[in-house]
Design a protein around this ligand. Structure first.
Ligand code: PXP
Length: 240
């Protein structure tokens, strides 16, 4: 079985910087440390309100990242143009609402295939691999395939927020979703709310290629440093 890759999301390094309007800590420095510790890619979310990562971070990150850059963004015209010009290896399209604390649910793809398809085609023409961030819902996965996406990222938030039997049920929904996506020929990524305590079962799901993890790694880095926190996560994923 192929190893599951870890993409490290460094948005919250920028959140700490923005809390004081300083020029530190630098998310690029964090990205390079994550790569040294074994991250396979670096994720940043350029939000419409630029609440953490800003346009200058995106340009610097594109030059500095040695593995590959995964740009998370809303499927707006502004963001599609930024990504088509920047040409990161990967783009993950997410829903976005200004008042949310974090990305709260998956993208609603069903019913929007005709709107999304030309945007996906524009990014594919620029050489970008696009994933759609969706809930573990079989019909949404089929809709992602019909829109022309080569990959999906399954939203693990409901699993991460649950305990006991509820968590087992959410994990089963993720497992069925992963199998359905594999059957349709989609690359399967997953993420949101993952920690060293809950990541193992997600890393073991059938067909999962990449996990994208941010908040818990940056939080653990306060105590362990970025390299320690990434190493700890890789161990929890069964990688070390
Ligand atoms: N994947 C996607 C698509 C996300 O929007 C986020 C949050 O920015 C993550 C993964 C990482 O989530 P967390 O910060 O909870 O690890």
């Amino acid at each position: 079985m192929a190893e599951v890759s870890l993409g490290v999301n460094v948005d919250h390094v920028a959140t700490i910087r923005q809390a004081r309007g300083t020029d530190y800590p630098d998310p690029v420095e964090a990205a390079l440390a994550a790569e040294r510790a074994g991250a396979s890619s670096i994720t940043i979310h350029l939000r419409e309100d630029r609440r953490h990562i800003n346009d200058s971070d995106v340009s610097k990150m594109a030059l500095a990242v040695k593995t590959k850059l995964n740009l998370e963004m809303a499927a707006t015209d502004e963001m599609i143009e930024i990504a088509a010009a920047l040409k990161p290896a990967d783009v993950c399209l997410v829903p976005e609402r200004r008042e949310e604390l974090t990305t709260e649910g998956g993208l609603a793809v069903r019913g929007r295939e005709n709107e999304l398809a030309p945007r996906l085609a524009r990014l594919a023409d620029a050489g970008v691999k696009v994933s759609l961030f969706i809930d573990p819902d079989l019909d949404e996965i089929s809709a992602a395939r019909e829109s022309g996406a080569p990959a999906v990222e399954l939203h693990t938030g409901r699993y991460a927020d649950a305990n006991g039997e509820r968590a087992a049920l959410e994990l089963e929904l993720l497992r069925r979703a992963a199998l359905h996506a594999v059957e349709l020929g989609l690359q399967v990524n997953a993420g949101h709310g993952l920690t060293v305590a809950n990541v193992g079962a997600v890393a073991a799901l059938p067909g999962v290629v990449e996990l994208n993890i941010g908040h818990s790694i940056v939080a653990r880095a306060i105590f362990l440093g970025i390299e320690g926190a990434v190493g700890e996560m890789l161990t929890a994923m069964g990688r070390n």
